[in-house]
Ligand binder design. Structure first.
Ligand code: SF4
Ligand code: SF4
Length: 344
């Protein structure tokens, strides 16, 4: 146990240092992506009813293809790559992908539902160089909306507390599909008792847009937000607007400072605006990064996508967006059909 504690302290200190460099670089220069989400597998082992980001059949993207995408992101000077899905732990060569991110000097993070974590898998993630892991927990007991439940995942959280040397954040959620808002509070308390950071997100509609929180949800939201401020991911004042159902003024730099690269290697604005601009990463250029940096996104005022808004904090104070999004036939951004696809 002592050995784990020392390894954890060293990994935390290094990661914190790298985060400070990432923030300083992000403030000094505007022409590189700060955060990219990559999808090595779209398949998931769960079927959360509100989710449009998974299917039940996709094969893992081969590791050499993922490595080329990571190289391309590195060539743009990307600071952080977060592996998402689907469920990334279903990828048989996930650790090789993480290793490649670290080899190219970028911060490596992952979002998982945690179901497949074992002591051996956590140790192999340690050894691969993972720096951040986030698990979203939706309720205390599983229901027909979500099985990402504290009751099911608590033993996985204990494993992480015992074996992980990377930073762990537990995200709880509020919003209309959540039956008991007090569950979010219980999840956040449990996370903090195990030494993890905790955040709270607001469930969005299928376009990543705002849903008004009820008074009881808002009260719990404030309590969780007040619990602690250890991580830079807590700089999320915009979430207060989200919780009140208010629009907020910010500049979405998706397509520039934030990139979402799907399993097919296409760059999209974000997980909820897939289909636009949908340009292959190998053909994405610095000119496109620059174009999207200066492009106003019509969905920004009612957006709930926290990670893109956190990246936006680096630039909200400068460079007003003067360009309009590329013309769309409908005049709005394109949402792909539900990602809860059936194989056919
Ligand atoms: S929310 Fe996560 S765990 Fe649930 S179905 Fe979607 S990808 Fe899978
Ligand atoms: S404002 Fe940006 S992050 Fe939010 S939904 Fe629109 S494109 Fe996505």
């Amino acid at each position: 146990m002592k050995r784990i504690l020392w390894r954890r302290r060293i990994r935390f200190a290094r990661t914190r240092l790298r985060e400070l460099v990432m923030i300083a670089r992000g403030l000094l220069f505007t022409r590189h992506p700060v955060l990219a989400h990559i999808i090595p597998i779209r398949r998931c082992n769960l079927t959360c009813s509100y989710c449009n980001e998974y299917d039940a059949f996709s094969k893992p993207v081969p590791v050499d293809v993922m490595s080329r995408r990571i190289d391309r992101l590195a060539s743009f000077g990307t600071s952080i790559i977060t592996i998402s899905g689907g469920e990334p732990l279903l990828h048989p060569e996930l650790e090789a992908i993480i290793r490649h991110i670290r080899k190219r000097g970028m911060i490596a993070g992952m979002i998982t539902n945690g179901y497949l974590l074992t002591p051996q898998r956590i140790e192999s993630l340690n050894q691969a160089g993972l720096e951040h892991l986030q698990i979203s927990i939706d309720n205390v007991r599983p229901d027909d909306v979500s099985k990402k439940s504290l009751k099911v995942l608590d033993q996985k959280l204990e494993l992480l507390a015992s074996y992980a040397i990377f930073q762990v954040n537990i995200n709880s959620v509020l919003g209309s599909p959540v039956r008991n808002p007090k569950d979010a509070l219980e999840v956040a308390r449990r996370a903090r008792s195990l030494g993890f950071t905790s955040t709270v997100g607001v469930l969005h509609d299928n376009n990543g847009q705002l849903q008004h929180l009820s008074e009881s949800h808002q009260k719990i939201f404030r309590e969780i937000m007040d619990m602690g401020r250890r991580s830079y991911s807590r700089f999320n004042y915009f979430q207060h607007n989200v919780s009140h159902g208010r629009v907020h003024a910010w500049r979405c730099r998706a397509g520039s400072r934030y990139l979402y690269v799907c399993e097919d290697g296409l760059v999209h604005y974000c997980s909820q605006q897939r289909g636009y601009p949908a340009i292959p990463l190998e053909r994405y250029t610095r000119e496109l990064l620059d174009h999207e940096y200066h492009t106003e996104k019509p969905c920004a005022p009612r957006c709930t996508i926290a990670c893109v808004q956190q990246v936006g904090l680096l630039d909200n104070w400068r460079d007003p967006q003067t360009r309009r999004a590329f013309e769309q036939p409908s005049g709005t951004l394109v949402q792909l059909p539900s990602a809860i696809r059936e194989e056919n």
